[in-house]
Design a protein around this ligand. Structure first.
Ligand code: F0G
Length: 456
């Protein structure tokens, strides 16, 4: 069905990223791997490419409509994902959409970091301000809605924590059962608490994230359970929408550079797709560079690009305190490599101390984020030092998770117990300058006033 903006409502298919095989959306295997080559699928809208003249979508009308919806009282219009639904024709009926009013997240100016780096225009798009505290909500609303529409009763994911929190919440809203498979002892407590709160069946498995993915792949083949990991291409459709929000915030003149953390590498892929589609549809004139930053101990894509230009990827055993991105065998690495290469971005890694410092700096600007998000600022510092980012450029950091997701990390940093001496080497003064440990003081006004004086 076509609406008056010239967009098809429900015409999509899945195209294999590796061999180009196309299948209808309902015919993907339970593990979302191509039966020909084993690679991942992308959602494709064949109608968009065939438009000419009057049949083309009208960019001006779409921009007006998307902005108008922010004033609407409809639940779907309040969602920062579904208000762009003309670019998300994945459901038979938008009445099946399950929404927690995700998206529409703030874009904050970062004046102190900008000044320190000599960059005029530095912003943070804070995806931690989503309903369950991470960017995962934007992809969960789309993929879980597909699960609901197709009649599944159970959904599942393996996770480093945020995906499971988001999935459990959206499943609960939709009245579906959810299964969470997480690496025991390797996710932040706040995220585990969310899965329990939203009623998921939660399995803590004695393995790492990559091991959880392997186990769950067998489970979804053996039972009628809908997989909601980011191999599910409908997740990426929702996760592309922050690209629309960013473009809209800059009045459809995109920033020069977007910097994204890299774990399983779906988010960078999704944002790249979002910008690419906007350019193809004439909504923007160009796309930003997209750079991906990994933690030093979990940087298989950095190595792949350095060693063989992204032709192959050697999985690693991942180690980082930024548990959200503790991933050694990222599923979407090919898609992410293409986004980096096509947009002229970079892929680099940052150390544990660099992550901790960047996180404290973002906190001191009144934002805060979880450790995995802070790799973006740490990475920008390196890109700036290497001359990859010029002072006159407009840069956006994508902050992926809320600071309360991993309060233990923050407390340990400020107590001075987070980092080993060898990790801090050369950065001790910087770290000491950022630490704000809580003090225990006598129960008198004088003692509290003395604390103020001591820090004046
Ligand atoms: N930042 C946060 C806060 C995350 O939770 C994740 C991934 C990433 C960045 C990396 O995004 O995987 O698309 O490259 N978390 C997943 C999870 C893997 O299970 O919650 P990516």
């Amino acid at each position: 069905m076509k609406d008056n903006l010239g967009m098809n409502d429900n015409l999509h298919q899945l195209r294999c990223f590796g061999c180009g095989t196309r299948v209808p959306g309902t015919e993907a295997r339970p593990d979302f791997r191509c039966s020909q080559c084993g690679d991942l699928f992308e959602v494709e809208y064949p109608g968009w490419g065939q438009r000419t003249g009057h049949d083309r979508p009208n960019p001006g009308a779409l921009k007006w409509l998307w902005r108008e919806r922010r004033c609407s009282s409809e639940a779907l219009d309040h969602s920062g994902v579904w208000r762009f639904r003309e670019l998300l024709p994945i459901l038979e009926s938008f009445g099946n959409a399950v929404t927690l009013r995700e998206g529409n997240t703030p874009l904050y100016h970062l004046p102190r970091a900008a000044k320190a780096l000599g960059i005029d225009q530095l912003f943070a798009k804070h995806q931690g301000m989503n309903p369950t505290g991470s960017f995962k909500d934007t992809g969960m609303t789309t993929a879980l809605s597909v699960a609901k529409e197709r009649g599944f009763e159970w959904v599942a994911c393996a996770s480093t924590g945020n995906t499971s929190a988001a999935m459990a919440a959206y499943a609960a809203r939709a009245g579906l059962r959810s299964l969470v498979v997480i690496p025991e002892g390797k996710i932040a407590w706040g995220k585990l608490a969310q899965a329990m709160d939203y009623g998921a069946v939660t399995c803590q498995v004695k393995t790492d994230f990559d091991g959880c993915v392997r186990i769950l792949t067998h489970v979804v083949k053996a039972a009628n359970i809908y997989l909601l990991n980011s191999v599910n291409p409908y997740r990426l459709e929702g996760q592309k929408t922050p690209a629309f929000e960013i473009a809209e915030a800059f009045d459809w003149n995109v920033p020069d550079h977007l910097i994204v953390p890299g774990g399983n590498l779906a988010n960078s892929s999704a944002l790249g797709k979002g910008f690419r589609e906007m350019r193809e549809l004439g909504l923007v004139g160009r796309v930003p560079r997209i750079s991906v930053i990994q933690a030093e101990g979990a940087s298989p894509l950095v190595r792949s690009l350095a060693e063989n230009n992204g032709a192959s990827l050697e999985p690693v055993e991942a180690h980082t305190r930024a548990t959200a991105i503790r991933i050694g065998n990222p599923a979407s690495w090919r898609k992410a490599a293409r986004v980096i290469q096509e947009t002229g971005g970079w892929c680099l890694d940052v150390s544990e101390a660099e992550i901790a410092i960047a996180k404290a700096e973002l906190g001191s600007e009144g934002l805060g984020c979880e450790p995995a998000s802070a790799v973006t600022l740490a990475g920008l510092k390196k890109l700036r030092a290497r001359g990859n980012v010029a002072g006159g450029e407009t840069v956006v950091l994508l902050l992926t998770g809320h600071t309360l997701k991993d309060a233990d990390y923050t407390i340990e940093f400020h107590r001075g117990t987070l980092l080993q001496d060898e990790e801090k080497a050369g950065l001790e003064a910087k770290i000491e300058g950022l630490r704000r440990n809580a003090q225990v003081v006598e129960a008198t006004p004088e003692a509290v006033l003395a604390a103020v004086k001591g820090n004046a």
